[in-house]
Design a protein around this ligand. Structure first.
Ligand SMILES: Nc1nc2c(c(=O)[nH]1)N[C@H]1C(S)=C(S)[C@@H](COP(=O)(O)O)O[C@H]1N2
Ligand SMILES: [Mo]
Length: 528
């Protein structure tokens, strides 16, 4: 046996150093190495934290680096799918780079190996940057790096023998087949390993912890929502948004998994006494329930990033009073477990009439994981990015000068009161209706101020007032409906709201950056 092996190179002279790999074989080695690398990283991350997965970490890093206009565009265009679009585009770019690494290495594995190593280092850097991960998390990108380089070098050793010699057809045929089978094996293996990582991480998720909390029963329940608070029969949304329909906006590529027993909230900074609350500390207090309409600053005129819930929790003003806020404090710098931050004006948080909360429940249930379980902030009247940190673990009482929150650093405004808005719900965009009378309905909101009236106008005609639904409280949306008379033809119908401060929505169109969109929503009707 040994003799045969020894003699083989003699019978079969060593391949010339400069053998070139076929183009596709070369690209294939790169892509396979990538698949193996990502899978290995994902598996190791499964044991630590799924955010340590280099793929997700690079994605999260990309989100953090994305210019605001693009990020805002993505949120507006792809909505909740913005994250899928990001992961998909990343996959395309990665496969491209991996194929390039392979193709660069048609003669020597060095350039491709170098490129893969750089790739691995980018992943390691992205993991290193994450505030929610410890040094152990670096094991995941390191596994990726090692497996990626190893698989690449291995395939590179096999591949030239396979594609070297077009003459000896039979031999090449079998080894080519072997290479392809080996390659398929790497793909299947990588898939299984990656899936394993996913399963391991999801077995450690917070679902069980959330279920263990059970129903939340407030000591002070919110007033019942009257039956005529919405006009859902005319096409408006129901007054309370079901939890699974509540809009979702955040920078988290994978939903943070925090179990109640691992959660605590540190309240510190410019206070007389620093306090740390456990989940039970909060849960065992008398809970209040408040009906609040939340809105995202990325909501366009006519958009859907607005929802209403019965939030259950404790008064933020109480927690602040217990800690004793020092004079001169300006903002609550709030940090999520994944490192995202927001800056809420102290005055808004202390204002009992506004009713800012540390919330642990929505509509009787513990917060859904994607809405901040175990605990989040809710500050009525302010856009979410300055007031509603999900998965909140740290509140530092400080000044504006001392700290800059996530979106503030990226060009959005420091002060972000929700703008008075109204929208059509019964019809959207372009609608065809019989000529004559048509019922139109929608919602309007001016949180913390309240809606005074909503008017509609057909083309350049006079404004006509609409019927408002019963007011639930100043912090919630209000529904409206009316009848418009449309002669045959094409008509633009506008709506505008006036709030209780006397402000009427401007028709000046403004984009969402830096502090929220303005302009009148309209629907184009074709009446026949
Ligand atoms: N941790 C964390 N909290 C966050 C965000 C985020 O990206 N990360 N986004 C904020 C924004 S921009 C909004 S509008 C609200 C949305 O809350 P929801 O997803 O529960 O509707 O959450 C806020 N809280
Ligand atoms: Mo937002």
């Amino acid at each position: 046996m040994a003799a045969t092996k020894l003699s083989a190179p003699l019978d079969n002279p060593a391949p010339p150093q400069r053998t070139r790999l076929r183009f596709f074989a070369a690209a294939f080695t790169g892509i396979l190495a990538l698949a193996a690398a990502l899978a290995a990283g994902h598996l190791v991350a499964g044991f630590i934290s799924i955010n340590a997965s280099p793929y997700l970490a690079v994605g999260n890093g990309a989100i953090d680096l994305t210019p605001i206009e693009l990020k805002d565009f993505a949120v507006r265009t792809f909505g909740t799918y913005d994250k899928l679009v990001l992961l998909g585009s990343m996959a395309v770019v990665m496969v491209g780079v991996a194929a390039l690494a392979g193709v660069l290495s048609r003669r020597s594995p060095v350039p491709g190996t170098a490129l893969i190593a750089v790739f691995g280092l980018v992943g390691a850097f992205a993991v290193y940057q994450r505030p929610d991960l410890t040094a152990v998390a670096l094991l995941a990108p390191i596994a990726s790096l090692l497996v990626g380089v190893a698989v690449f070098l291995l395939l590179h050793r096999i591949a030239p023998r396979v594609w070297r010699d077009p003459e000896s057809d039979e031999k090449t045929g079998t080894s080519r087949r072997r290479f392809l089978i080996g390659g398929a094996g790497v793909v299947v293996g990588a898939g299984a390993v990656g899936l394993g990582g996913q399963l391991i991480s999801s077995s450690r998720d917070a679902t069980a912890s959330r279920e263990a909390v059970g129903k939340l029963i407030p000591a002070r329940t919110a007033p019942m929502i009257p039956a005529d608070a919405d006009f859902s029969k005319l096409g408006t949304p129901p007054f309370l948004t079901p939890n699974d329909k509540f809009y979702r906006v955040d920078t988290a590529l994978s939903v943070p998994q925090v179990r109640t027993e691992d959660w605590s909230l540190r309240l510190h900074g410019m206070v007389d006494r620093e306090i740390r609350f456990s989940y039970n500390d909060i849960r065992n207090r008398p809970l209040v329930e408040r009906t609040v309409t939340m809105t995202c600053v990325s909501n366009e005129v006519g958009g859907d990033y607005v929802s209403t819930s019965n939030f259950i929790g404790v008064d933020l003003a109480d927690l602040l009073a217990e800690a004793g806020v020092k004079p001169g404090a300006e903002q609550l710098f709030c940090t999520s477990v994944d490192g995202w931050t927001s800056g809420t004006p102290v005055a808004a948080a202390q204002d009992r009439a506004r009713g800012a909360m540390l919330a642990i429940g929505m509509n009787g249930e513990p917060l859904p994981l994607e809405h901040g379980f175990p605990a989040r902030l809710v500050t009525p009247g302010l856009f979410g990015y300055v007031s509603a940190t999900k998965w909140v673990v740290d509140i530092e009482v400080t000044t504006w000068a001392a700290r800059q929150a996530y979106w503030l650093k990226r060009g959005w405004s420091r002060e972000a009161p929700i703008k008075t808005e109204s929208r059509f719900d019964s019809h959207r965009g372009f609608a065809s209706v019989p000529k004559g009378k048509t019922r139109v309905a929608g919602v309007a909101w001016a949180q913390h101020t309240g809606i005074e009236k909503v008017e509609v106008r057909v083309d350049q005609g006079p404004w006509q007032t609409t019927t408002l639904s019963q007011e639930v409280n100043l912090n919630t949306w209000r529904m409206w409906w009316t009848e418009v008379d449309l002669p045959a033809g094409v008509h633009q119908v506008f709506c505008r709201a006036t709030d209780k401060s006397g402000y009427t929505q401007t028709d000046m169109r403004a984009g969402t950056v830096p502090d929220g969109a303005t302009g009148w929503h309209n629907v184009t009707f074709t009446a026949a």
